[in-house]
Design a protein around this ligand. Structure first.
Ligand SMILES: Cc1cc2nc3c(=O)[nH]c(=O)nc-3n(C[C@H](O)[C@H](O)[C@H](O)COP(=O)(O)OP(=O)(O)OC[C@H]3O[C@@H](n4cnc5c(N)ncnc54)[C@H](O)[C@@H]3O)c2cc1C
Length: 416
């Protein structure tokens, strides 16, 4: 077991690795390129709306065991909140129809036998169409192994797979879609109870971890990008880390968890294959009080926005696979999305409330079969270097659960 581990990157993968290592008695030095920790999952103060905003409308599910174990480990379990019952509210913006899907908590998917709980206009037998996903082989897309038509597809599968995989679901990896389905069948409907960060992403996932690490004696270095790793190929070890501030020589009892995005890792690790294509997510924050009793998170179908959530003084809409829509002028995009949000909340379309767009054109790797095949394992050919990040081969989509799972795995490999 190493004495000291340098964790590079303080996104959730790096934080999860650092917390795991410190809890096992390993000394941690956390190096982050940016001026703050959290990576793609964090909060900041926005002057336009005079409010703290999150880097996206992050939803996790009650079935995400690694995420729940992580927030418990950092003492932030009560920072996640959600409805009591598993399920989602839906609205079809074109047809102006609303429905909700209420999953049964049991492992047996009894909800599909209940016409009031299942998707409107579907029959019990329609649900058998998803079974091929459970046996999906690597390299296949959802569209290649199941029919992507009909009310079950349009009203449940397409919107949920779009949110989880952030690509056109017909082209998405059937293997990843199957993994999500398997999880639901193993855990039951509880797997689909949505949870969000009560007081913002940083207060749930980042700040408590930093406090715990600092308290435990970890060195936390912000604005400290790693520029290069020197390797000794014969010894199969990394031997030095080059930062702006100088070189750190690695002792025989020191190791590295590299928890940076795919492109940064490819530049630091010779011969590393990583996913190449990434897709965008746009989040539109509107400064308006949500109407009382509004059921959120709400899945939006046949509109510009795909997802709606609410917090005190704010309605937040998400557009998945948003690359094409980000070509629009920002105020046109805000108007279009506000029209969807106004319809979903029964608020007036005029006046347009104060808004802010947060967009990330490289939000997550495109969860398509060919990209899935490019995800590397946590282990590298250097014995003291492991990889973490939502883009590594976790078997999960690029999510908080995937990032935290990857960090835990990268740490465990060094511990063993
Ligand atoms: C808009 C948006 C919405 C999302 N919605 C959801 C959702 O609803 N549910 C969900 O589960 N997931 C969601 N995700 C995905 C989730 O945010 C990510 O999967 C997760 O945050 C990735 O964490 P990570 O640690 O793997 O990567 P990152 O967060 O990218 O962390 C990598 C860190 O490495 C640092 N770094 C880079 N280069 C260097 C270097 N050379 N030296 C040192 N540090 C370096 C970066 O600054 C960064 O802090 C969303 C993502 C986005 C962008």
């Amino acid at each position: 077991m190493p004495r000291l581990v340098h964790v590079i990157g303080a996104g959730l993968a790096g934080l999860a690795a650092a917390v795991r290592l410190q809890r096992r008695g390993v000394q941690v030095a956390l190096h982050e390129a940016a001026g703050q920790a959290g990576g793609r999952c964090r909060s900041w103060y926005d002057r336009t709306l005079a409010a703290t905003l999150d880097s996206g409308n992050h939803v996790v599910l009650a079935g995400h065991a690694e995420t729940l174990a992580y927030v418990r480990a950092i003492g932030a379990a009560d920072a996640l909140t959600g409805p009591e019952e598993p399920g989602f509210a839906f609205m079809d913006l074109a047809a102006r129809s609303r429905w909700s899907v209420r999953f049964s908590r049991s492992r047996l998917p009894l909800w599909i036998a209940d016409a009031n709980a299942r998707v409107p206009d579907t029959r019990l037998t329609d649900y058998l169409a998803v079974l091929p996903l459970l046996f999906a082989k690597p390299g296949r897309s959802i569209g290649q192994i199941m029919p992507c038509v009909g009310p079950l597809w349009d009203r449940l599968l397409r919107p949920l797979y779009l949110a989880a995989l952030n690509v056109d679901p017909r082209d998405a990896s059937a293997e990843l879609a199957g993994a999500m389905l398997r999880e639901a069948l193993t855990i039951g409907g509880e797997a689909f109870r949505p949870l969000t960060a009560r007081n913002g992403l940083s207060s749930a996932f980042v700040d408590p971890a930093l406090r715990m690490l600092q308290h435990g004696g970890a060195a936390i270095r912000l604005e400290s990008p790693l520029n290069e790793i020197a390797y000794d190929d014969a010894a199969r070890r990394a031997v030095a880390l080059d930062f702006d501030s100088g070189q750190v020589l690695l002792g025989a009892d020191e190791a590295v968890v590299l928890a940076v995005p795919a492109a940064a890792a490819a530049a630091l690790v010779p011969g590393l294959q990583t996913p190449q294509r990434h897709t965008a997510i746009a989040t539109l924050h509107f400064a308006v009080e949500p109407p009382p009793g509004l059921a959120t998170p709400m899945v939006l179908v046949n509109g510009t926005a795909n997802w709606l959530s609410a917090s005190a003084g704010r309605l937040v809409a998400t557009i998945h696979d948003a690359g094409a829509l980000l070509q629009l002028a920002p105020d046109e995009l805000a108007r279009r999305v506000w029209a969807d949000v106004a319809a979903a909340t029964s608020l007036p379309v005029e006046p347009l409330p104060a808004w802010q767009i947060v967009s990330d054109t490289q939000a997550v790797f495109a969860a398509e079969p060919q990209e899935e095949l490019r995800r590397p394992a946590a282990r590298t050919r250097w014995n003291n270097v492991t990889l973490a990040g939502d883009w590594t081969a976790t078997g999960l989509p690029a999510t908080i659960e995937g990032a935290i799972c990857s960090g835990r795995k990268a740490a465990d490999l060094l511990l063993s």
